[in-house]
Design a protein around this ligand. Sequence first.
Ligand code: SAH
Ligand code: SF4
Ligand code: F3S
Length: 444
Amino acid sequence: MLNKNKSVARSFFITTMGCQMNEYDSDFLAQSLIQSGLLPVDDPGRADLILINTCTVREKPEQKAFSLFGRMARIKRRKPDLILGVVGCLAQQMGEGVIKRFPQLDFVMGPRELGRIQEILEQIYSGRTKIVATGLEEPPPQPTACRGYFKGRVTSFISIMEGCNNFCSYCIVPYVRGREISRSPEEILIEAGNLIAEGVKEITLLGQNVNSYRWNEEENGDFVSLLKKLNKLGGLLRLRFTTSHPKDLSDGLIECFADLDKLCPHIHLPFQAGSNPVLKRMKRGYTREEYVERIAKLRQVKPDIAITSDVMVGFPGESKDDFEMTLDLIKRVQFDGLFSFKYSDRKGTLADKMGNKVGETEKSFRLSILQDLQKQITLKKNKNLEGKRMDVLIEGYSKKEGQLKGRTGSNKIVNLICDTIKIGSLVNVIIKQGFLNSLRGELT
Ligand code: SAH
Ligand code: SF4
Ligand code: F3S
């Protein structure tokens, strides 16, 4: 379709949904656009180009995206020169279908095609619209450092691997992010060096299965070797990684929590369900006993390690007894925090075709029981920290007026009153009060 009136975009606005991988991708897009001379604005009403970075992992983020498309389409009706692009996982999943449903959109671009943003904009400037870029064959683009972009940030991400080969039966990610592909240690170290030079103090390594990172067949190409290299970087205070898969959590990796001084004492290790028959149908590749054994090993090596996880309720065929097994696992492990979800059908996955679906009311009921249980555990754990001394990296200002906000190595939010310390510093704090979602501390 040709639109001769289209003018060149000078400003852009990006809105991001979904996981940290999407936040990283939005930073990539923003840097590419800045390098082609566009200016970021924080009001979509003032932007010539709006990108919506989407997620499709469950029905909820998808619905959120659709309502946003509608809102953006209304802005475009008032401002026909506006360029509207949908990027990310929902874009990949729906392809042309997004444009069919929302004809105001100009282009659709999947996660592996983000490197084509400048080329796609050129095509739009020359009059073409309705571009669909959803190839999965190419490796994801390499970020090109945009000087000054990360200035003022204390924490940042580096994607070290992309895609997933696991095909858990409920999950859409392998279909929208493609097969696993790792980046070279050299590129990762250069990116880390750039972030540190901009003042970043904490780096979180990202991957759908971060611990199956593998660079070629090289002897030192595994995830543990990569962590060891990053741990040596001067100027870096903290290192984290997410998300780990229990089946790939080796003893060598667990030992890093004791051996590497910058690696924070926290692991996010999704378990998804506590019943073995459900885990089997989910194709997770471990049993509840194996999961519990990995937790025991983590706590043996690093006794104060914080453990968080993902779990879902109402997977097809999940009986009341299966659900009880999930509650039992939660009681046994005593997680520091849990992200819990109602199972939601994703088109094209194996679970979508399974029988014995659990009803919505039952799923909501199970979720609320599970969340009540976890709330008690989280609160108890946070209260137990009262009186303890902990190192806190100050990340910025708190929502509470006059207070600063930081995080412990165990990834808990700490608010504290202090007007003498700088954002980006690591301070020793005594925990005065533990709440459900944060701690209150004072300088020691
Ligand atoms: N790669 C990570 C996380 C992927 S998605 C991992 O392997 O754990 C993040 C979380 O969303 C998952 O851990 C899972 O708990 C949840 N999730 C994924 N697909 C889902 C679905 N169809 N319904 C409900 N929750 C889902
Ligand atoms: Fe999805 Fe499973 Fe891959 Fe995680 S490991 S992204 S849950 S398929
Ligand atoms: Fe969503 Fe894609 Fe992340 S589906 S959870 S944005 S990998």
